[in-house]
Design a protein around this ligand. Structure first.
Ligand code: ATP
Ligand code: MG
Length: 687
């Protein structure tokens, strides 16, 4: 018998199991046997049928796949491939482009660097051509540099101890390095030192030794310092102080250095030469803030503050305003003219040398300190300044509606005792001067007639010699005076001359009541638009008006008279200006007289007295002829005269009392914008 296949075996087993299940269920033991062969046959037939059907379906799907899907797939594949290719190309192109650009940039940079190398820069201009470092000094293009550093200071430093060094007559660089030091650490160190000193003192006492004053002083100092640091009144610093002397002549450099050592020694300071470190010392004294010497001394705030370098023995004061730089030593010229015996000043220089510029700076800076300033401006130069600081600008001319009556009387000062008629008398004297100026020469008879007429014209208004304070009464005007004169005998000529100002060409300006008032801050009277002939008269009247007002209330004031030579041309106006200059001090007024025509100014017999009554004097660039006159007037040395002749714009000599320095007037950018009269800069400003 052939062996049964596995399938047959499984089938037999399954059928057998089924039959048994049926027998158990029905209880019938004769459940007919299922014909396995038949089942197999059926199954074969079914599976064959299924196989046929599936092969047909397979064929169909194969066909579908081949005809429809495959071409689409191919297309998609091709698309993806082409896209990948495209991307690859793009990336390659980008890389190429970046590479090209980098190469180009590198080429440009190299070119630029080479171009820059060829440019003349500040370094080329500044750099010395050679440099040789020796044991104790250094040679820079033939200039010897020798340096010193200060290693110890005396117990007390006076407030101006730097000034002999700053004023030392040699080319030199000085540098200060100040490093703050943590107060906490100093306190700890001081505590330890104090303990040590106290212990030493105790031991000495126990040994029966005499007291040691040096130790006691040191202990006292340390204790005091501890207290002050603890209270925050002092801080602690390291202070490095180096100096480098430069001179083309080596011997001279050595001599200067020795003198400098002696000067320092005289102040009980110990200095040391920077042997073997000449280069570092030179670097440390250059304005580059590099402390290569690194040699400093402990110092607390008070002595350190006394090392402030901008002090010169003479012209830096605690308060006041900045006038400029001291050209001897680059320190600042700070001065308060009100601290001098009188606050008047004169400014002399040739045209365009910077007189108005210097005075305008002084005005700006004085205004900041609360002084009022009044200016008589014959050139309309102060208009910008006045607008900037919000001042009052009055244009006095025949066409303007601003009037000042010369007959106005001053108000009485509160705490000044006056005798009856004092105010009236002084004003009549002033009007005499004015009338002489207006009417030209007058005879002695005419003068006495005028005097009578003046007294009468005031009397008509109720102002008489027995009044102490006539300020409440209305003053007369020029036409009133004319009326009075017309009623007198022998005054025909006078009346005719006065008519020019009351009815004639010059009428309208001096013949009406005053309609302006003195304001605080800056006040400018411009007289540019007046005829030349009228200018001194107007200046006289304005000055008198200002003078009367100034005397009525005490306040710190400056009165600037620009182009003062116009007043000096006529004896009467010159005399009047001198009168003001002489008396200004009592009324807290400082008068600045500016003039370009020194000779004209000094020709007048009042010129010299005005100068002697002005404690402050500023002389800027001069013409050779004027320089000679100035030399004798101001007792200048030949060197000073030479300096004035060779000065640039804004440079000159500044005198304050007996002290004098060569000065350079400097302005900040903003100040320059406000005060310049340079037409080029003015046009730029307008644009
Ligand atoms: N210290 C200075 N720094 C820079 N520029 C200056 C200085 N001083 C004057 N200037 C310039 O020089 C020119 C002349 O100055 P300023 O008007 O003060 O001369 P001035 O002496 O008053 O002349 P004038 O007698 O004709 O009135 C101006 O353009 C001004 O800007
Ligand atoms: Mg000027």
């Amino acid at each position: 018998m052939s062996e049964k296949s596995l399938f047959d075996q499984i089938l037999d087993n399954t059928l057998g199991a089924l039959r048994k299940k049926r027998e158990a269920k029905t209880g019938n033991k004769n459940v007919p046997k299922i014909d396995a062969e038949k089942i197999k046959k059926n199954a074969n037939e079914i599976s064959k049928d299924l196989l046929d059907k599936s092969s047909v379906a397979l064929d169909k799907s194969k066909e579908l796949l081949e005809n429809k899907v495959a071409p689409k797939l191919d297309k998609a594949k091709q698309k993806i491939a082409s896209r990948i290719e495209e991307k690859k190309n793009q990336q390659a192109q980008k890389k190429e482009k970046a590479k090209n650009e980098a190469a180009k940039r590198a080429e440009y940079n190299q070119g630029e660097a080479e171009y820059q190398k060829g440019l003349v820069g500040l370094r080329d201009l500044l750099a010395p051509s050679d440099m040789k470092v020796n044991f104790g000094d250094m040679k820079l293009s033939g200039v010897t540099t020798k340096s010193l550093l200060v290693t110890s200071y005396p117990r007390y430093l006076s407030s101006n101890w730097m000034s002999p060094i700053i004023n030392f007559d040699s080319t030199m660089n000085i540098s200060h390095f100040i490093y703050p030091f943590d107060s906490e650490r100093v306190l700890n160190i001081l505590k330890k030192k104090v303990t040590q000193m106290q212990a030493t003192m105790r031991i000495n006492r126990e040994k029966g030794l005499v007291r040691d004053p040096a130790l006691e002083t040191a202990l006292q100092d340390a204790e005091e310092l501890r207290t002050r640091i603890q209270r925050g009144q002092e801080k602690f610093f390291h202070f490095g102080f180096y100096m480098t002397v430069l001179d083309p002549d080596e011997k001279k450099a050595e001599r200067n250095l020795k003198q400098l050592e002696a000067t320092l020694g005289g102040q009980l300071m110990t200095s040391r030469r920077t042997n073997l470190r000449a280069e570092q010392a030179y670097h440390s004294t250059m304005p580059i803030c590099e402390d290569e010497l690194d040699s400093s001394v402990n110092m607390n705030t008070s002595p350190l503050s006394s090392s402030f370098p901008f002090t010169s023995a003479t012209l830096t004061s605690e308060d006041g305003i900045l006038y400029g730089l001291n050209r001897h030593n680059d320190s600042l010229v700070i001065y308060d003219r009100f601290s001098l015996e009188n606050a008047n000043s004169v400014v002399f220089a040739k045209s365009g040398a910077g007189k108005s510029y210097a005075v305008k700076l002084e005005i700006l800076r004085s205004l900041m300190l609360g002084a009022d300033v009044i200016v008589i401006d014959p050139e309309n130069e102060y208009e910008d300044l006045s607008t900037t600081v919000g001042g009052t600008y009055l244009n006095v001319s025949l066409n303007s509606d601003k009037r000042i009556n010369p007959f106005d009387l001053p108000q009485k000062l509160k705490d000044v005792d006056l005798k009856p008629g004092d105010l009236l008398r002084s004003n009549i004297i002033t009007i005499h001067g004015l009338l002489k100026l207006m009417l030209g020469g007058i005879t002695a008879t005419e003068e006495s007639l005028l005097d009578k007429a003046l007294i009468d014209v005031y009397a008509i208004k109720g102002i008489t010699m027995d009044l102490v304070d006539p300020s409440g009464l209305e003053p007369p005007t020029l036409p009133d005076l004319q009326n009075v004169l017309e009623g007198m005998k022998g005054t025909e000529d006078l009346v005719k001359k006065i008519e020019k100002y009351t009815k004639g060409t010059f009428s309208g300006i001096f013949n009406m009541p005053t309609n302006i008032d003195i304001k605080n801050g800056l006040m400018v009277f411009s007289v540019r638009d007046l005829e030349d002939q009228l200018r001194p008269i107007a200046m006289y009247i304005i000055l008198n008006y200002i003078w009367n007002r100034v005397r009525s209330s005490l306040k710190k004031r400056l009165l600037v008279v620009d182009e003062a030579w116009t007043l000096m041309q006529h004896e009467d106006s010159a005399k009047f200006l001198f009168g003001l200059v002489k008396r200004a001090r009592k009324y807290y007024l400082g008068i600045t007289t500016i003039t370009q025509d020194v000779e004209d100014f000094l020709k007048s017999k009042y010129g010299k007295p005005i100068i002697t009554n002005s404690s402050m004097q500023l002389l800027l660039k001069q013409a050779p002829t004027a320089a000679e006159v100035l030399k004798t007037t101001f007792n200048l040395t030949d060197g000073e005269k030479y300096l004035l002749l060779n000065s640039g714009v804004g440079q000159g000599l500044f005198f304050a009392g007996n002290q004098h320095v060569a000065i350079q007037i400097i302005a900040s950018y903003t100040e320059n914008e406000i005060v310049t009269t340079n037409p080029e800069e003015l046009i730029k400003k307008e644009i």
